[in-house]
Design a protein around this ligand. Structure first.
Ligand code: MG
Length: 412
């Protein structure tokens, strides 16, 4: 069996319209990178290489990889993974790991189709009935956030992320429109008000919703290590499921200090892409949940290894799953998390509820009563409708820009 071609697509089904319930509304939409790995036996596999706002860099890497793996046996997933990883010489990083992930997912899809089994069966079978997911609630004030958390609970969801005013929340001072049409504007942020208001938000949520419902909060790396320690400590009475991305990857060594100050569970890693960044967090017991996504660490093959490395240290998965990780990578994440013992929770975007995603990606994973389920068809159980892809062309997208009050550049 041989790979005969890799087709690469970029589709932006979200550029023109707004969608309720997608979790985020991104300016310019989201460009999803999709591959189809074709074989000489007529079987093909689908994979995803979306890297929001850097999609075309991944496409360039994929074009290189295409030339390298045409003629290879697609059944040799492990060998192809290492071959691609070393083929660049300057290896690793988000662009190459995402490109490898796209091909890796497609190869698992092919293997599943060959075996006539869903991928989670090939990975060891089901460890649970379904994959617990969390949704996003936001609002302008604590009352509105509580109302929006309740809406998810009423729909059967068990875990809800609570924000007030998006990332950085009430720390946002003002928004400046972009210098040129098509570019992102700039939001100005200072942490003081944010650090004061977040504990008040959770005090209100607990008084309204009780202590049992599972709530979490995403700091989105907006604060310094000492501020993160203060926040995690002040949130302790409100029993968070976890505090997400309390610091940036550059400050990950400070997690030891933060942990020494608080028992609030910590989750980090949604922009990590290499195991070398992650393993010290396990060994030194700095986190409770690892937020990688198969999409950005090299696919199912590498994400499974990272979860195996996490297992002896009691670290669970909390895979990244915002709307800029599309339905194919979501399916790959669900298959993997069905099959690992140390599963925690999966961030969720309900693509299945949006018609255009069902048309383009027949069919996204189903969610019911707070749990996601893999499709039982052979392989990943999801396809890509290339016939309608030209209706959703690429459109440029840039990440939001953040600066401090004095104009200093700050991370998103
Ligand atoms: Mg996050």
């Amino acid at each position: 069996m041989k790979v005969v071609d890799i087709k690469i697509f970029v589709v932006n089904p979200t550029a023109a319209e707004k969608f309720d319930g997608i979790g985020h509304l991104y300016r310019g939409g989201i460009n999803y990178v999709v591959v189809k790995v074709l074989t000489d036996e007529g079987i093909y596999g689908v994979g995803e290489g979306t890297l929001h706002a850097s999609e075309l860099a991944v496409v360039a890497a994929l074009k290189n990889f295409r030339e390298l793996i045409i003629g290879k046996d697609p059944r040799n997933i492990e060998d192809i993974w290492h071959f691609l990883h070393r083929s660049t010489y300057w290896r690793g990083g988000p662009i190459f790991k995402t490109a490898i992930a796209a091909i890796d997912m497609a190869l698992w899809d092919i293997k599943g189709k060959l075996a006539n089994m869903p991928v989670y069966q090939l990975l060891g079978g089901a460890c649970r009935k379904g994959v617990l997911v969390y949704r996003h609630a936001d609002g302008r004030d604590p009352k509105e956030v509580a109302d929006n958390v309740r809406k998810w609970l009423e729909r059967g969801y068990k875990v809800v992320r609570a924000q007030m005013g998006g990332y950085g929340g009430s720390g946002k001072l003002k928004f400046e429109p972009p210098e040129r049409e098509g570019l992102p504007g700039t939001t100005y942020f200072e942490p003081t008000r944010y650090l004061i208001e977040v504990p008040k938000l959770f005090e209100h949520l607990r008084s309204e919703l009780g202590m049992e419902v599972e709530l979490l909060h995403d700091v989105h790396e907006q604060i310094s290590p000492i501020e993160a320690a203060q926040l995690a400590k002040s949130l302790e009475p409100y029993r968070l499921f976890f505090l997400e991305d309390p610091v940036s990857p550059e400050q990950k060594d400070a997690l030891a200090f933060i942990r020494s100050q608080t028992t609030t569970p910590l989750a980090i890693g949604e922009i990590f892409c290499d195991r070398e960044q992650i393993i010290p967090l396990f060994i030194n017991r700095l986190i409770d949940y690892i937020r990688i996504a198969p999409l950005h660490v090299g696919g199912i093959t590498e994400a499974r290894k990272i979860m195996t490395l996490a297992e002896p240290f009691g670290v669970k998965s909390a895979f990244h799953g915002a709307a800029d990780l599309g339905p194919i990578s979501q399916a790959a994440a669900v298959h993997l998390q069905m099959s690992v013992h140390n599963f925690g929770v999966q961030e969720w975007t309900d693509f299945r509820s949006i018609q255009v995603f069902c048309d383009l990606f027949p069919t996204p994973c189903e969610v019911s009563d707070g749990y996601a389920y893999p499709n039982e068809a052979a392989g990943l159980g999801i396809d890509f409708n290339e016939e309608i892809a030209p209706r959703f062309p690429y459109s440029p997208v840039y990440m939001p820009q953040i600066r401090r009050a004095d104009g200093t550049v700050h991370g998103y």
